[in-house]
Design a protein around this ligand. Structure first.
Ligand code: SF4
Length: 332
């Protein structure tokens, strides 16, 4: 059975980590499991290891941490990620100290500050031996490869969860969870899986395909909506008319070519003399530059020779450049 082979591989190869009990030893202290999982959410095992040692030397128990001063914990947390996590850590330690111990089941653990589904499952399985499904990105990838699921993980997570459920043994839940995490972190790596060293190779659909690294597919890129804009090019005596955009909104307060608000539909306009496609974070703008004759709104005449000094943002600098480039192409 795949789970047995994986467990045996873990017995032979488990990484020795300061928050971990080795196979066959008594389960680790839930305080240390919880603390390590919170630290590992944003930082690597290599970076966390010395920081974890220092932290538990200073506060060896959840009660000691609960009694610590907030500012001491926050300064000890420096470099370990968001301070919101450290604040939750303090709040959680105080709640656990008041209860007298960590709860054992996932549902109760999830009620504690800062403990989400993943951390609750990890504590329940590793510290208390409960059968819980511990799914991090490494485990997601291993399961997807074993079953040849090539959809992006975000689109197949319920199925991956059911598959992990089917392969998780009743016994040794903590070792199994850690074995899967280790396999994903050290052997079934994202770009270069070391299938030759993998105890699950004979069960693995991705390995059989010959291109295991293709599974699962990367996250799909969000499709940006398209917006349309018109910029008016009003030129007189070697100068172009510029305005300042309203203080609020996109490119607020910046110099610009005049024109109506951008919209979702392309609008009919005068003769198009230039244009650009510009990608903003949340949409793509198709900006057409059309010739116009009358200065509009409050603004100023900017010499075309010195257009670079007008403080135009990239969008309008590119739009102006497109007009000037098409003009020199016609003149050539
Ligand atoms: Fe990952 Fe290769 Fe093992 Fe399959 S055989 S689980 S792709 S390391």
């Amino acid at each position: 059975m795949a789970a047995n082979r994986l467990l045996q591989h873990y017995v032979d190869n488990a990484r020795r980590l300061p928050w971990r009990s080795m196979p066959g030893e008594a389960p680790p202290d839930p305080y240390r499991v919880w603390l390590s999982e919170v630290m590992l959410q944003q930082t690597t095992v290599a970076a966390v290891t010395p920081r974890f040692r220092r932290f538990v030397k200073r506060w060896p128990t959840v009660e000691a941490l609960a009694a610590a001063r907030d500012e001491d914990v926050l300064s000890e947390w420096a470099g370990l990620g968001y301070y919101a996590r450290a604040r939750n850590l303090i709040a959680c330690a105080r709640e656990v100290a008041e209860r007298g111990r960590f709860p054992e089941c996932e549902d109760e653990l999830r009620k504690l500050p800062g403990i989400g589904a993943y951390t609750a499952a990890a504590i329940a399985a590793i510290a208390f031996g409960h059968r819980a499904l511990v799914m991090d990105t490494n485990v997601d990838r291993v399961v997807a490869r074993l079953h040849g699921i090539d959809a992006p993980v975000a689109e197949s997570r319920p199925m991956l969860r059911a598959m992990l459920d089917a392969m998780t043994p009743r016994e040794h839940a903590g070792d199994f969870a850690q074995a899967m995490m280790d396999l994903g972190a050290t052997i079934c790596r994202p770009k270069t899986p070391d299938c030759g060293a993998c105890p699950l190779q004979s069960d693995c659909v991705a390995f059989a395909s010959g291109e295991p690294e293709r599974f699962p597919a990367p996250k799909r890129k969000a499709i940006r909506p398209v917006r349309h804009g018109i910029a008016h090019w009003i030129e007189h005596n070697g100068c172009v008319w510029l305005v300042r955009r309203p203080a609020k909104g996109m490119l607020g307060g910046m110099a610009a070519l005049p024109g109506p608000e951008w919209g979702d539909e392309p609008r009919p306009a005068g003769p198009v003399i230039g244009g650009v496609t510009h990608v903003f974070t949340h949409f793509r703008l198709e900006l057409a530059v059309v010739a116009a004759t009358r200065a509009e709104g409050e603004g100023w005449w900017q010499s075309l020779d010195r257009i670079d000094t007008a403080g135009l943002p990239t969008l309008y600098r590119r739009a102006a450049a497109s007009v000037l480039a098409s003009r020199s192409a016609l003149a050539a």
